[in-house]
Ligand binder design. Structure first.
Ligand code: SF4
Ligand code: SF4
Length: 356
């Protein structure tokens, strides 16, 4: 009899092998937990075992020396186990409370702040930027590093009305960029086509099909097959650029940053929401993006002063109303804030519930 062909498992490796032994032993058997201070979690299992988790911030895009340094700290002070959160905080686990203070001291001495728990501004999640992706108009990780340098206090203290989740995204069809505050690239001009390259590089039907507003048509230019863009229809989304790099849309001047506010993924207290545009046309200004930082800090300051306890940013804005939000933050309200795209009401999902 022939053996059945078994599937080849090539996905995520089994995580149990890397788990701290106390966590492995008590998996699914946790009784209660507390936060003794910002950046430290204490979980107690039904068996009576305890584990303390110390959360630290990193620059996320790390060189090998930084990773080795973090591993050395884990070996020396934290029983040799680490894990990363979905927002790229690093967490060290210890099974003895006496080890918490020396671990914190070692991390802080090496420049890794402790925090990101509870009602703080946790690490900003971001997309890949210039380092890894082929279509970014900015360096999301660089903008994040600059911003977190300025939000150090908000990371290490739990002083916000509720948790704050910030994201950035380095193109407009972004693979990230949805949160309480989202800092996303915004193209402001249609793509410029390099007609000499289109015939060699692009599959024209796929590019035409990519455009969400049917603004691209096949065309003959200088006797060669190429494409043309109806600039009146184009919404400058950049979706044509990945399949066809000769449709260059990234531009140091015309690719700007926009800031969106009030997105929420969870179902807690209120249904999930999409964020709304609050500031556009902000210069994409490396290496420190000061204009982006100024707007984000202004929004955070007003939220901290004006929101009630436990209101997320979106819930706070819903309560006070968008006109009041613009008044308090002193951000100008322009015609660009009005979503006049006719298809939006059909395509925007407003909750995480499954629908058919
Ligand atoms: S947001 Fe866009 S450019 Fe940035 S990593 Fe994702 S796909 Fe690439
Ligand atoms: S940028 Fe977007 S809307 Fe404009 S042509 Fe390309 S795919 Fe179409």
């Amino acid at each position: 009899m022939t053996q059945p062909r078994m599937p080849i498992e090539s996905g995520v490796p089994d995580h149990f092998q890397y788990m701290h032994p106390v966590m492995r032993k008590n998996y699914g058997q946790w009784d209660w937990h507390e936060r003794p201070r910002p950046g430290v979690l204490h979980h107690v299992a039904k068996s009576g075992d305890s584990v303390w988790t110390v959360r630290a911030g990193t620059q996320r895009q790390m060189d090998v020396y930084t990773i080795r340094k973090l591993c050395d700290i884990a070996d020396q002070y934290a029983e040799g186990h680490v894990r990363f959160t979905i927002r790229s905080n690093i967490e060290f686990m210890v099974s003895d409370e006496k080890k918490v203070a020396p671990l914190i001291e070692a991390l802080e001495k090496n420049g890794f702040p402790i925090g990101g728990t509870g009602n703080s501004v946790s690490m900003i999640s971001h997309t890949q930027g210039w380092l890894h992706c082929d279509i970014p108009a900015s360096d999301a990780s660089g903008a994040v590093k600059s911003l977190m340098d300025e939000l150090h206090h908000e990371f290490t203290h739990e002083e916000m009305p509720n948790r704050v989740r910030i994201t950035t995204s380095c193109c407009q069809i972004n693979c990230g960029g949805q949160g309480d505050i989202a800092i996303n690239i915004q193209h402001t001009k249609p793509p410029k086509i390099n007609h000499d390259l289109v015939a060699n590089v692009c599959e024209r039907p796929s590019v035409v099909a990519r455009c969400p507003v049917a603004a691209i048509r096949p065309a003959m230019v200088n006797g060669k097959p190429s494409l043309e863009v109806d600039e009146k229809k184009c919404i400058c989304c950049g979706a044509c650029f990945p399949p066809c790099p000769p449709m260059q849309i990234n531009d140091p001047e015309h690719s700007k940053f926009a800031i969106w506010v009030g997105g929420k993924n969870s179902n807690a207290r209120s249904k999930p929401t999409f964020h709304k545009l609050v500031a556009a046309g902000i210069p994409n200004n490396p290496p420190r993006w000061p204009e982006v930082g100024a707007v984000v800090k202004k929004i955070l300051r007003v939220y901290k002063e004006d929101a009630r306890d436990w209101e997320r940013i979106g819930e706070w804005v819903e309560r006070i109303g968008w006109p009041r939000f613009f008044e308090l933050t002193e951000l100008p309200f322009t015609k660009y804030h009005v979503d006049s795209w006719r298809g939006a009401r059909h395509s925007l999902n407003a909750s995480a519930h499954i629908r058919f």
